[in-house]
Ligand binder design. Structure first.
Ligand SMILES: C[S@@+](CC[C@H](N)C(=O)[O-])C[C@H]1O[C@@H](n2cnc3c(N)ncnc32)[C@H](O)[C@@H]1O
Ligand SMILES: [Zn+2]
Length: 277
C-alpha cells in the first residue's frame, strides 16, 4: 500500500518530503496529489507526460501471461539477485508493468517494501493490487523521479526503460541497480514467424556503457529456458510487448491461428546487477 512507502517519496513540484493525508499525498508547501480510488497516485510535475506507456490491453495480456508462470525463472533470478544481499530491501521498480516481478522480490525478501513506478495508469492500477507491501506511482522514468535521494536499496528494471542518473540519485551508498535484458535468443522462434519487433535493447555492452558513469558491475547471470506455449499464450506474449502496436485488428489472431497447437519458444535474458559507485 502507498502508506508502506510514503516515506520514500518526494514531491514532484518542490522535492520536499511528503505524507499521506487522508486521500492525498501532500508536502509541507501544500502541493497535493490525490490518491486514485484504485490505490495509486500520479506524481508528475504538472507538465504533460510525453510517454503514454502500455495500454489497458497490453497490461491485461501481460497480467495473464505472467500469472500463468511462463516467466517464473526470470522472476526467481531477479528475486535471488536482490535477496542475496540480505537486509530488508527498499525496492523501486521502474516500468513495473503489472508489479509481478516486484511482488516476486518482496515475497522472496521478508520485511522488504516495494515502490512500483510506471507511466501507464493501467499498469499503476495493477501494481497497487500486486502485493500488500507495494505502493504504486504514475511517473515518467525520463523525468526526475518522485523519490527522495538515497532512500532506495535496490532499483529494478525488467524489460523497461532505465534512467541511470536518476537510479543512482535515489539509491543509498552501496545500493544496487538490477536490470534484466533479453539476449538475441529471446523468443527467437516467434520473431520471424510473427514478424515481431526486434528490440534494440539487447546488448549488454550498451547497458554497461549507459550505467558506467554511476555504477560498477557487480554480478551477471544468464537465464535461458524453453517454454511450451499454446496459441493463446503466444497471442498474450505478443500482445503484451512492443509488437502489439504494429499489428492491425485481427492480424495477430490470423497469424497465431496458423501456428501449431503447442510451440516451444526460448526465453533468454541476462540479469545484471550494478553497485552504486
Ligand atoms: C515491456 S513492459 C515491462 C513491464 C514489467 N517490468 C514486466 O516485465 O512485466 C515496459 C513497461 O514500461 C512502462 N514505460 C514505458 N515508458 C515509460 C516511461 N517513460 N516511464 C515509466 N514507465 C514507462 C510501460 O508502461 C510498461 O509497463
Ligand atoms: Zn511540494
Amino acid at each position: 500500500m502507498l502508506s508502506d512507502v510514503t516515506d520514500l517519496l518526494a514531491c514532484p513540484q518542490c522535492r520536499a518530503e511528503v505524507e499521506l493525508d487522508g486521500g492525498a499525498i501532500v508536502c509541507a508547501s501544500g502541493h497535493r496529489f490525490d490518491v486514485a480510488r484504485q490505490g495509486y497516485v500520479s506524481l508528475t510535475a504538472g507538465t504533460a507526460v510525453k510517454f503514454e506507456g502500455d495500454s489497458a490491453d497490453m497490461i491485461a495480456a501481460r497480467a495473464q501471461f505472467l500469472s500463468a508462470g511462463h516467466y517464473d525463472p526470470f522472476v526467481h533470478s531477479v528475486a535471488t539477485a536482490v535477496g542475496e544481499r540480505g537486509g530488508q530491501p527498499r525496492v523501486l521498480e521502474v516500468g513495473a508493468g503489472t508489479g509481478h516481478y516486484l511482488a516476486g522480490v518482496l515475497d522472496h525478501c521478508p520485511g522488504s517494501r516495494g515502490l512500483g513506478l510506471d507511466v501507464s495508469k493501467y499498469a499503476a492500477r495493477r501494481i497497487a493490487k500486486s502485493h500488500p507491501r507495494t505502493g504504486a506511482v504514475v511517473a515518467d522514468v525520463w523525468a526526475q523521479l518522485p523519490v527522495r535521494d538515497g532512500v532506495i536499496s535496490d532499483v529494478l528494471c525488467v524489460f523497461a526503460p532505465r534512467n541511470a542518473a536518476e537510479s543512482a540519485r535515489v539509491l543509498e551508498p552501496g545500493g544496487h541497480l538490477t536490470v534484466l535484458t533479453p539476449t538475441d535468443r529471446h523468443l527467437v522462434e516467434l520473431i520471424d514467424v510473427l514478424g515481431m519487433v526486434n528490440v534494440d535493447e539487447r546488448k549488454v555492452e550498451r547497458l554497461d556503457a549507459s550505467t558506467s558513469d554511476y555504477f560498477a558491475p557487480a554480478t551477471r547471470t544468464e537465464v535461458e529456458f524453453a517454454m511450451e506455449l499454446t496459441r493463446s499464450d503466444v497471442a498474450q506474449l505478443v500482445g503484451m510487448g512492443p509488437s502489439a502496436r504494429h499489428f492491425g485488428p485481427g492480424e495477430l489472431a490470423a497469424k497465431v491461428a496458423d501456428m501449431p497447437a503447442l510451440s516451444t519458444v526460448t526465453a533468454s535474458a541476462i540479469v545484471s546487477s550494478y553497485e552504486r559507485a
